[in-house]
Design a protein around this ligand. Sequence first.
Ligand code: GDP
Length: 166
Amino acid sequence: MSNQGNRQTPQTGRLYQFKLVLLGESAVGKSSLVLRFVKDQFDDYRESTIGAAFLTQTIGLDNNTTVKFEIWDTAGQERYKSSLEKAKSWVKELQRQADPNIVIALAGNKSDLSARRVIDTEEAKAYADDTGLLFFETSAKTATNVNELFTSIARKMPLDQLAANS
Ligand code: GDP
């Protein structure tokens, strides 16, 4: 998920900087997605995040445009009836209170464990479509759709609007 940022103009092209915050139940794989995206690594035995971790990563888009994400990986939130139900409650809250330019993406992680997965993909996708969210089935373990997830968020950021306003 990401919210409004600010723009800097480097020597070549344009650099847009945004905050990106990961929300989700404990152990769904938030830190693992960040680790895969930023360092292209995966750790089967990683400890849960304590407090919040902060990393940055840049994505080059077309037209000489670079998006830099300041990534805030939050500590595991409490267990809920289902991680999709919990995600829905956050989305509702964000759509009510956050900047209207916020870009929200829903990631159904651990797609490599499809036989054991709890979330019904069709339900999650239908919900994302109805609510105007990006949706990806990801696997931090196999690196499936991880870059696609973050790149799609970068592409959906309101870059034109920021450029026009500055
Ligand atoms: P967080 O609490 O949401 O940050 O979750 P973590 O990133 O700490 O991951 C929790 C556990 O799930 C760890 O043991 C990870 O190795 C594992 N995990 C994370 N992503 C995946 C994935 O895509 N596939 C599989 N099989 N395991 C994963």
